[in-house]
Design a protein around this ligand. Structure first.
Ligand code: PBG
Length: 323
């Protein structure tokens, strides 16, 4: 009771505040998304993601060595493939000489200890821009899962440490886990996007990868953002099916979901601060309306406070330079 207790006592100097701070950010917390394109010596700007680049395969070694020197220990690979390689089944996703597989090898050759995570979903390979196979205007679950499991195995075969299915098909974790086990990839980690909401925040990412759905939306597979309990159900099922890490996405608008999962499951949680969140801060900072670095650090730390063990973020490189 006041004045015996004064809340401001422990806030009275920077050193005291540092001693009592409950949550901290470090380079260990980050997953760095990479956008890989075909060609040579190209760094392409993404208009809706200022400061973030798509890079060609040959630039990977230099890029990941730089990330490693900053203390960043994990990358999450996405690829943008040419339109002519796309079809309804995502055939190119299984091409062991394709862009994704080459990118995995490039990272591993350059920095063997870098944790390589890969996106497992059909949308960058789909002529329809959907995460699954389309028949009569519907996304067909089980046929898609059959392709996804082969895709995940093919990533593990060329060196991926973590496969990250972001497609939201039912039962894909079980099929991926069974196939990995049967092919002796016991140590391949599955990071499941268990709670992935159908969200407007993915817009800039779809620009970056040219992966916007050609018809309709993703509401028959991604979650309704009015729901909380469903996230717990999804995560528990994925853990039962063999997932090791549970991803929540998008990030800042979904901190309640991170906290719900923290309280209901024990698997490590990953938060994805998605492209739209990145774009909003960049845009506001460009206009001088928000202090970029301050908001960036505040948002990133709030993921930790909510309960995330790791954060996939386009700000990773900028943030570690400030830590
Ligand atoms: C698709 C996928 C998306 C993102 C990651 N994987 C977009 C979508 O579901 O349409 C979004 C990431 C971001 O916005 O930063 N499998």
């Amino acid at each position: 009771m006041y004045p015996i207790q004064r809340n401001r006592r422990l806030r009275s100097s920077p050193s005291l505040r540092a001693l009592v701070q409950e949550h901290k950010l470090s380079a260990d917390d980050f997953i760095v998304p990479l956008f890989i394109i075909e060609g040579k010596q190209k760094r392409e700007k993404i208009p809706s993601m200022p400061g973030y680049l798509r890079i060609t395969l040959d630039l990977i070694p230099e890029h990941v060595k730089n990330l490693w020197s900053l203390g960043l220990k994990s990358v999450l690979i996405f690829v943008k493939i040419s339109e002519k390689l796309k079809d309804n089944k995502g055939s190119e996703a299984l091409n062991s000489g394709g862009l994704m597989h080459s990118a995995i090898k490039k990272v591993k050759d350059a920095v063997p200890d870098m944790v390589v995570m890969t996106d497992v979903a059909l949308d960058p390979y789909s002529s329809y821009g959907h995460d699954g196979i389309v028949e009569k205007g519907k996304i067909i679950n089980d046929k898609t899962v059959a392709v996804l499991s082969k895709m995940a195995l093919s990533h593990a075969e060329v060196g991926a440490d973590v496969v990250a299915p972001s497609d939201m098909m039912d039962g894909r974790i079980l099929k991926i886990r069974q196939l990995l086990e049967s092919e002796n990839y016991q140590d391949t980690v599955i990071m499941s996007y268990s709670a992935k909401y159908s969200s407007g925040f993915y817009g800039p990412f779809r620009d970056a990868l040219d992966s916007a759905p050609g018809f309709g939306d993703k509401k028959t597979y991604q979650m309704d953002f009015g729901n909380r309990k469903e996230a717990i159900v999804e995560a528990k099922r994925d853990i039962d099916e063999g997932a090791d890490i549970i991803m929540i996405k998008p990030g800042i608008a979904y901190l309640d979901i991170i906290r719900d999962l923290k309280e209901n499951i024990t698997a490590p949680l990953a938060a994805y601060q998605v492209s739209g969140e990145y774009a909003m801060l960049k845009a506001a900072a460009e206009r001088g309306w928000l202090d970029h670095d301050q908001i960036m650090m505040e948002q990133l730390l709030s993921f930790k406070r909510a309960g995330a063990s790791m954060i996939a973020s386009y700000f990773a490189e900028e943030a570690v330079k400030l830590i």
